[in-house]
Structures are given as structure tokens and as C-alpha cells.
Design a protein around this ligand. Sequence first.
Ligand code: AMP
Length: 303
Amino acid sequence: MRRWSISPVGSPPNSRQNDGVERFDTIAALRVHLDSVRAAGRSVGFAPTMGALHDGHRSLIEAAARHNDVAVTSVFVNPLQFAPDEDLAEYPRPLEQDLAVAEAAGARVAFVPTPEEMYPREPWTTVSLRVVTEPWEGESRPTHFAGVATVVTKLFNIIGPCRAYFGEKDYQQLAMLRRMVTDLDQPVEIVGMPTVREADGLAMSSRNLGLTESHRAQAPVVHRALNAGVAAIEAGERYPAAVEAAIRQILATALDADEPDYVAVVDASSLRVPERLEGEVRLLTAVRFGEVRLIDNVGVVIP
Ligand code: AMP
């Protein structure tokens, strides 16, 4: 265990012990610490991340700190959720900066394990879910969700009982994790948080940094297109295919974007396309701009 704190130069060691973020590299030390937190009757809030923290991550850590006595964040780029042809090696890892962001957002604990700490040997046990993971992202990235469900289960087993904060930005992931904790009786309350966006509507993502200048200028079309779908529903459209067409029409105006991987207008909990839209509806899409694949979604409730 190593204490990490952005204490002002010259201050006595550990003088901000209660304010700084405490960094843990090992599972064993973190368990001892969080067990003692809970034994003292204090609640734990947990915001897992892969680092390269932006305001979207910050909102999760802030909520964990607001709603709980001790906010924990993890920074771990999980190899299990990347396919061989995906960007694992290139994924940004600005750790010192991430620890400063985590601290400023109110995290008291940062768990920063190495891949060897998390996977000392090849796991023979994995967690995978049916149904909710099959369409959309599941079709484009067939091994992704089992990688996420496995690492999140490991993290829940390491952190212990807590409230865990996830972004609606990864809506299908959030739906999967809600189902996972109930299916497996994991002692975790999942809390979904709204997507944080740039001023022009682009959903914040560490992958946005990989966009060329021209793709970055076009990327807000994704949110505009989803909003056009919402507008169609609000104007009375109830056929998913018609709403999908409205979204595709706007996406097609971004000349450099490829054909979207998918555009889905679905029931918000089953993620299936209903015959007619009613209740809570989610509009989801994945679009590639060059090397960068962007996902986004919005929700609408039909009264
Ligand atoms: P990642 O580091 O990409 O694995 O994301 C870690 C967590 O941050 C996940 O729960 C994401 O859904 C969430 N997240 C990522 N981007 C955003 C965003 N723009 N707004 C809200 N949450 C986000």
C-alpha cells in the first residue's frame, strides 16, 4: 500500500491523510482496509474505471462520495474485455493525472492493480450473461461483455458490499450489470448515472481523443441523430422502424462516418425491439469515424 496525495510541497508527511486518496495495488491490502471501513459502520461507494478519467468518470466518483462515507475508484485496463484486434495496447494510461482527478472528485481509495494482480494465471472461470448481451454491442464485440462481467464480478468480490456507480453512456453494460447482481445475489446496489457530454453534445469518452480534427467536428451528429429519434417519438411515432429511419437519416449527413454498426430503438430493460413503442424506450447506436468507434444512447419515456 502506498499513500498518494497531492499535498502542497513542504507540508508534513501525511498531513492530509484524511483528505488524500489512498492508493492500493494489492487485493489483500484493499480487502483489509474496506472490511475495517464497513466494520466501523461506514458505507462504501465504488466507481470502477479504466482510467484516462474525464468528467463522465468524475461524475461517478462524485456521486459515490456524495452518497457514501468512503468513495473507492479503480483504475484497471481490463485485457479480458478487449478482442485481439482492439485497442488494448494503445489505451491511454495517464495514472498520476487520474489519481489527481480521483482525489479532486472525492475518492478516498484508488485501487490500481497490475494485470498480474488481477489475473495471476489464465482464468478458467468467467461470467457471461445471455439475452441482454446478445444484440447490439454483443454482435459487434462478441467477447466483450463476458470480459466486463468477469472483471466487475472480481472487483465486487474484492471491494465487498457497496453501492456501485456506472454510466448510462454504456447503457447495455449497465443493463447487463443490473441483471448480473440480481441473478448472482451479489451484495451490490447498482446506480446508473446520466451521460456527461461536451458542450456540442458529444458523449465524453477517452476514445474521443483518437478522432481526427474533421471527425471530431462531425461526431456530435451522433447525439443529434438520437435526439431526432426522440423528437419523432415525442411527435407521436410509435413504430421502432420509423424512429430508426429518422436516426439513420441524420447520421447519413455525416459524410465521413461509415454505415452505423447498429441503430436500435428498444425497450429500456429487455433491449429488445418491441412491435410498438411504449413505456421506457432507449435509442442506441454505434458509429465508426475512421479508427474510432463511438457509442451513444438516449432515453425517452412514453407516458
Ligand atoms: P470506462 O473507463 O470507459 O470503462 O468507463 C468507466 C465508467 O465510466 C463506466 O461506468 C462508464 O459508463 C462511465 N462513463 C464513461 N463515459 C461516461 C460519460 N460520458 N458519462 C457518464 N459516465 C461515463
